[in-house]
Design a protein around this ligand. Structure first.
Ligand code: URP
Ligand code: ZN
Ligand code: ZN
Length: 470
């Protein structure tokens, strides 16, 4: 079956051009000048035509950091399932997500992976992959790490935060990085100094400082900067590439800049919440409004300029990727910590809005169109072993394509979003630009902004070794 996406402005990370995109089956066959003979003969065939004049034609978004149906505690599981989360993602123009299998302390890597694969199987509207969150680094889990790389699971998250739960000490981190250096896997680091943070949290609670803003005040940016520095040094010693997840603070970015300027294979992602929301305006609110904004790392102070610094980092390529760290909890679960920030399940819901929130950066002049595509699609695909398959509009790539209306305006909120979430940290935010039609591997799955795909269409992605790019 042939599909032609006709007459749009095709935007890749390398630039933009007016072109027809010809799709055969689930792959892109050609990107051609609309006045060419190839375009004319494709149009004469019985091809399905998707009109894209006046629209952008971009590679589907690649969100490499999501937590769907994640049991955070016995009482709180993130509220989007693989079904609701991937459906919301594709409505927003994201066609690939990478979630996590989680190896809790005392459990086996193999069991964690098998269980998570079974949970996702047949439940996804779009293609999906898994990283492994390693919560227990020892001889067997390092052996399992090697075999997972051979099987196409090529990225591993470690935690310098959450002592007593996901935390790894420096020795464990170094050992995992050494395996990454050997195998070509990518270590993803949650870089916050959890040991020091726990001292500050308990001290604050001891003084009766238990409201939501104390979540932020007890996770100061210096402790993200310090952990980022340490992770970079450990990766340097191990000679392993490193990817810092959900970078939120100027202090952490400073370390990434230094490392990259020295030619190190260090990458970092940030998330829309760290670009737009702040400690003062969002986290420091009374009651449920503040608690809804609890995530880790926390929202940062606007007075200290973190948000502006992160936008600059995206422009200078010191920040390589924007993911969501989508980890939504409904109010009933956020309320578990209404009297003590330490009991609030951490995480926000953004999976549906990432492409639009970053396009808003194009509208306001923070990013170029190509850089938007680069940080939301092309580089995340490349760093996570999907290079050439996802994140690019080129012959041979999967036909994951978004026809994007750059003029459509909309207002975000819980009434209209498709995430399984009873509130929105983006309530009332006005945006320009919206996905109109979305194709996943050549099938139209969103039409006029409505989901018309099928749950179970999404396939599990075995990934290759990420390219160690700067
Ligand atoms: O608050 C957050 N980020 N929740 C998800 C877990 C994590 O550390 O990424
Ligand atoms: Zn994390
Ligand atoms: Zn996360």
């Amino acid at each position: 079956m042939t599909v032609i996406v006709r007459g749009g402005t095709v935007i890749n990370a390398t630039g933009a051009t007016t072109a027809d995109v010809i799709i055969e089956g689930d792959k892109i066959a050609a990107v051609v000048d609309p006045s060419s003979d190839i375009a004319a003969s494709a149009a004469r065939s019985d091809a399905t035509v998707v009109e894209a004049a006046g629209r952008y034609v971009i590679p589907g978004g690649v969100d490499v950091h999501v937590h769907l149906q994640l049991p955070m505690s016995p009482e709180a599981t993130s509220s989007d399932t693989f079904e609701t989360g991937t459906r919301a993602a594709v409505i927003g123009g994201t066609t690939t997500v990478i979630d996590f299998a989680g190896q809790l302390h005392g459990t086996s890597v193999r069991d964690a992976v098998e269980e998570r694969l079974a949970e996702a199987q047949g439940q996804c509207a779009i293609d999906y992959g898994l990283h492994l969150s390693m919560g227990d680094v020892h001889d067997q889990s390092l052996k399992d790490m090697r075999s997972l790389v051979d099987e196409g699971m090529t990225s591993f998250k470690l935690f310098m935060a959450y002592p007593g739960a996901w935390y790894s000490d420096d020795g464990q981190i170094l050992r995992a990085m050494q395996v990454a250096a050997e195998t070509g896997a990518l270590i993803m680091m949650h870089a916050e100094n959890g040991i020091a943070i726990d001292v500050l949290r308990d001290q604050a609670a001891g003084r009766g400082n238990t409201s939501s803003v104390w979540h932020g005040r007890t996770r100061p940016p210096e402790l993200e900067g310090e952990a980022t520095y340490r992770a970079i040094q450990l990766a340097t010693v191990a000679q392993a590439p490193l990817y810092i997840v959900h970078l939120s603070a100027a202090e952490a970015l400073e370390q990434v800049v230094l490392a990259r300027d020295r030619g190190r294979n260090v990458f970092a992602e940030t998330c829309p919440q760290y670009l737009y929301l702040s400690l003062e305006e969002h986290l420091d609110q009374p009651g449920i409004d503040g608690v809804r904004h609890i995530c880790s790392p926390p929202l940062r102070s606007r007075a200290d300029g973190h948000q502006d610094t992160l936008w600059t980092g995206l422009r200078t390529d010191d920040l390589s990727v924007v993911s969501t760290d989508h980890c939504p909890f409904c109010d009933s679960e956020k309320l578990l910590g209404i009297d003590d920030f330490r009991s609030v399940p951490n995480g926000l819901g953004t999976i549906e809005h990432r492409m639009d929130l970053l396009h808003q950066g194009v509208v306001t002049g923070e990013l170029s169109l190509s850089r938007w595509v680069d940080v939301c699609s092309t580089t995340p695909a490349r760093l996570f072993g999907l290079q050439g398959r996802k994140g690019v509009i080129a012959p041979g790539a999967d036909a994951d394509i978004v026809v994007y209306d750059p003029k459509a305006t909309h207002v975000l909120g819980a009434e209209t979003h498709h995430m399984n979430l009873d509130h929105s940290v983006w309530e009332g935010v006005e945006l320009q630009g919206k996905a109109e039609t979305v194709l996943s591997r050549g099938s139209v799955v969103v039409e006029q902004g409505e989901f018309v795909g099928t749950i179970g269409h999404g396939r599990y992605l075995e990934r290759s070794i990420p390219e160690p790019l700067r």
